[in-house]
Design a binder for this molecule. Structure first.
Ligand code: ATP
Length: 648
C-alpha cells in the first residue's frame, strides 16, 4: 500500500522560476536515466527473473482462459437469468434516474481501469522489489506499512526475581527451634526465649542467617571481602517479617564501640514506626544500643535532641538505630546538622512497595547523599558511592550500605525495584512466579502483569452479596446476631467510616470506635490499645490500619466497601490470621462488583472466596430500629456540621 509521496531536496530556493524549472527537468531526466540503468542492470544480473516473469504471464493467460471457459460453461438458464436481472435493474433504475445505467456501465469500466493501474504500478517495481520512480514525478513511492497483529508478550523477569529462595508459607508446620538456626549469639537467644519465642517462623529462619552472613567479618566487609548483597523479602502478612530484621541488626551492632546511626528503618506511617520501634527496644534491652524514633509524634526539636547532642565543638550521636517515617526523616536530613548518616550500615525499607510509591519525596536520594557526604571526618572509614567493581574500587575497604526490603506484596516490577539501586539483590519469597507468561495482547497490558501474592494459611475468605441499603444491617447482623467480636471493618473513605461509626453507635448494642485521620495521633494510639484489649468490639477504619498493624486477637476482618486494588485487599485481610492463627475475612459485594472482584482475587493467587448468603428474613427484625436510626443519624450529622461551622 503506497502511503507517502516523498519529495526530494532540489537545492536552495531560487527566485528565478525559469532556472528552477529547467533544473527540475534536468534532475528528473537524470533520475529517470538512473532508474532505467538500474532496471537493466538488475535484469541482466538475474536472468532467471525473466523466466519467472514469462512463466507468470503464462499463468495469467491460463487463468484468463480458465475464467473465460468457466463463464462459457455456466448453464444457459442462469445466463439468461443474469441478463434478465440486469435488464430489470436497468429498467427500474432508468425509471428513477436516467444516469444510473451509465454509472453501472462506468463502474465496470472503472474496475477495468483500476486493474490496469494496478498492473502498471506492479510493473513499476524493479526486480529487487524496490519501487521505481513514478512515471509522473520520477520520485519513489514508499509503502508496505500493513496492519500487524500484536504478538503475545512474554514477561521475562531477572534471574533473582524469577528464582527466589523459597520460604515455606505454612507457619505451623515449619517452626524451627531458635537454637538450630546458625549464627545467633547466646545473648539474643536468651532474649528471644524471655519474650516467649522458642521457634522461628520460616521467614525468620531463612532471612536472619542471610543477614548475619553479611556481617560475619564485621561491619566493614561481607563474606570474602565483598560488599554484601541486598536482601528483599516477600512473605505473607503476619509471617513475622519484623523479627527477621530486628534480630540480626541488634546482633550485628551490639559489639559497636562508638554510638553512631548504623541502622535506619523506614516505614510509611507513624503507627507502624511506633510498632517497630517497640520491637527494637525490646531486643535492644540489656545492650548499649540506643533506639530512637523520628515519626512526627513529637516536636522536631524534641526529636532533634534525642538524635544528637553537642559535646564541646563536636556533635555526638545519641542513636544507633533510627526508626522513621520518610517525611520526618527528610526534615532531619535537611534541617538537623547533628543528624549524620555517614556511618549507616543497614537501610531497612519495610512495606517496601508502598515506600517505593512514596519515592516522589526523594527520601532515598537524600539518604544516599547523606551517607556518602563529602568532606566528612570519617577518614578511616571514608566512603564513596559505589560504582562498578574493579580492583581499584575495592581498595581501600569502606563500610558497605546494605539494603533490606520487606513486604507482603513486594512488587515484581523490575523497573520499580531498580529505583532502589539494589546491589546484587537476593530475594526470599513464598511466591514462586518464575517467568510468568502474560496472556495480554497489547504492550500496555503486558507492562502491568497480574502479580501473585500469598495469603496466610489460616485465612478463610468469604463474600456476602448485598445491596447498598442492606450493608449497615449486615454488619449489625454479624455483631448482634452472630456474636462476632474483635471485628476490624474497612471502608474506602474517612467520611464513610465516620457515618458508619455514628450509625452503629446510634443503633446501640455494640462497642464501636472509628480509626482514621479524623483522630489525632494520641487518639489513634489509644483506640488501637482499647481494641487490642478487647474494650472495643467493632473498629471501623480507613486503610490507615490496613498495613502492617499487628493487633493481637483480630478474629474477623470485614471489607464493608470492597477494596479497589488487590494489594489493599491482601493487607486488609492480613490483619487477621496472623502468626499461624486462623481468621475470617468477609467482603460485602454489590451485584456490579462481584465478577471483577472475584476475578481480581483469584488472579492474585487466593485459594478461593466462598459465597455466604444472609437471607433478608434474618435482617427483618432489625429493620424498624434501623429506620429510626437513619433519622437520628441525619440529625446528628446536621448537628455536627453546624458545630463545625460555628467553630470556623
Ligand atoms: N517466632 C515467633 N513466634 C511467635 N510469634 C511470633 C514469632 N515471630 C513473630 N511473631 C508474632 O507474629 C505477629 C506478626 O509478626 P509481624 O508483625 O512481624 O508480621 P509481618 O510479617 O511483619 O506482617 P505484616 O506484613 O502484616 O506487616 C506478631 O505479633 C509477632 O509478635
Amino acid at each position: 500500500m503506497s502511503l507517502f509521496l516523498m519529495n526530494r531536496y532540489l537545492g536552495d530556493e531560487d527566485d528565478d522560476n525559469t532556472g528552477k524549472e529547467s533544473r527540475s527537468k534536468a534532475l528528473l531526466q537524470k533520475l529517470q536515466k538512473q532508474a532505467k540503468e538500474r532496471e537493466q542492470q538488475a535484469l541482466s544480473n538475474r536472468p532467471h527473473d525473466k523466466a519467472e516473469k514469462a512463466e507468470e504471464n503464462d499463468t495469467d493467460e491460463k487463468e484468463v482462459n480458465r475464467k473465460r471457459k468457466t463463464t462459457e460453461d455456466v448453464p444457459i438458464q442462469s445466463k439468461e437469468k443474469k441478463s434478465k436481472k440486469k435488464a430489470s435493474l436497468l429498467k427500474t433504475a432508468s425509471a428513477h434516474d436516467k444516469e444510473i445505467p451509465c454509472e453501472f456501465e462506468s463502474s465496470t469500466d472503472e474496475k477495468q481501469q483500476n486493474r490496469e493501474e494496478k498492473k502498471e504500478s506492479e510493473a513499476c517495481s524493479d526486480a529487487s522489489g524496490e519501487p521505481k520512480g513514478s512515471s509522473q514525478t520520477g520520485f519513489p513511492i514508499l509503502g508496505g506499512f500493513e496492519k500487524k497483529t500484536v504478538q503475545k508478550v512474554h514477561r521475562v523477569l531477572p534471574q533473582w526475581l524469577a528464582q527466589p529462595d523459597v520460604i515455606q508459607k505454612d507457619i505451623k508446620r515449619n517452626l524451627i527451634p531458635i537454637s538450630s538456626v546458625p549464627g545467633i549469639c547466646p545473648k539474643i537467644l536468651k532474649r528471644l526465649e524471655k519474650n516467649g519465642i522458642d521457634n522461628f517462623f520460616p521467614v525468620q529462619a531463612e532471612v536472619i542467617p542471610a543477614v548475619l552472613d553479611g556481617v560475619c567479618h564485621g561491619l566493614l566487609m561481607g563474606r570474602g571481602g565483598y560488599r554484601p548483597r541486598d536482601i528483599c523479602v516477600s512473605a505473607p502478612t503476619g509471617s513475622g517479617k519484623t523479627l527477621a530484621f530486628v534480630v540480626p541488626i541488634i546482633q550485628a551492632l551490639s559489639e559497636r564501640v562508638i554510638c553512631q546511626v548504623r541502622a535506619l528503618v523506614l516505614l510509611p506511617t507513624k503507627e507502624l514506626a511506633q510498632q517497630v520501634y517497640k520491637v527494637f527496644c525490646t531486643y535492644a534491652e540489656g545492650t548499649s544500643l540506643k533506639v530512637v524514633i523520628v515519626a512526627g509524634q513529637k516536636s522536631f526539636a524534641t526529636e532533634q535532641a534525642s538524635l544528637s547532642e553537642d559535646r564541646g565543638r563536636r556533635s555526638c550521636s545519641l542513636a544507633d538505630i533510627v526508626v522513621a517515617t520518610p517525611g520526618r526523616l527528610v526534615d532531619h536530613i535537611n534541617k538537623n546538622d547533628g543528624f549524620s548518616l555517614q556511618h549507616l550500615r543497614f537501610l531497612v525499607i519495610d512495606e517496601a512497595d508502598r515506600m517505593i510509591d512514596s519515592m516522589h519525596q526523594s527520601w532515598l536520594k537524600l539518604v544516599t547523599q547523606a551517607v556518602y557526604k563529602k568532606g566528612s571526618d570519617v577518614s578511616i572509614f571514608g566512603r564513596r558511592e559505589p560504582g562498578p567493581i574493579t580492583a581499584a574500587s575495592l581498595l581501600p575497604a569502606q563500610m558497605p550500605l546494605q539494603k533490606l526490603l520487606f513486604s507482603a506484596t513486594l512488587t515484581q516490577n523490575p523497573e520499580k525495584l531498580q529505583q532502589l539501586g539494589l546491589h546484587q539483590p537476593r530475594l526470599f519469597s513464598s511466591v514462586h512466579s518464575g517467568t510468568s507468561v502474560h496472556s495480554g495482547t497489547s504492550t500496555q497490558e503486558a507492562s502491568q502483569p497480574m502479580e501473585k501474592f500469598n495469603f496466610p494459611e489460616g485465612l478463610t475468605e468469604y463474600y456476602i452479596p448485598c445491596t447498598l441499603s442492606k450493608k449497615p444491617l449486615l454488619i449489625l447482623h454479624l455483631l448482634l446476631r452472630l456474636k462476632f467480636s474483635t471485628v476490624l471493618c474497612f471502608t474506602n473513605s474517612r467520611e464513610a467510616a465516620h457515618r458508619l461509626f455514628m450509625l452503629v453507635k446510634l443503633f446501640g448494642g455494640v462497642q464501636v470506635a472509628e480509626f482514621s485521620s479524623r483522630l489525632s495521633p494520641s487518639e489513634r494510639k489509644k483506640t488501637l490499645k482499647d481494641f487490642e484489649q478487647e474494650k472495643i468490639q467493632l473498629l471501623i477504619s480507613t486503610d490507615a490500619a490496613s498495613r502492617g498493624i499487628d493487633i493481637q486477637g483480630v478474629k474477623c476482618v470485614v471489607n464493608y466497601d470492597a477494596p479497589q486494588f488487590i494489594r489493599t485487599y491482601v493487607h486488609r485481610v492480613g490483619r487477621t490470621a496472623r502468626a499461624g492463627k486462623s481468621g475470617m475475612a468477609f467482603t460485602f459485594l454489590l451485584g456490579v462488583q462481584e465478577k471483577n472482584f472475584l476475578q481480581m482475587v483469584r488472579d492474585a493467587g487466593s485459594s478461593g472466596v466462598q459465597k455466604q448468603i444472609i437471607q433478608s428474613e434474618s435482617l427483618r427484625s432489625m429493620e424498624a430500629r434501623y429506620e429510626e436510626t437513619l433519622v437520628e443519624l441525619g440529625n446528628a450529622i446536621k448537628d455536627e456540621k453546624s458545630k463545625k461551622h460555628m467553630a470556623l
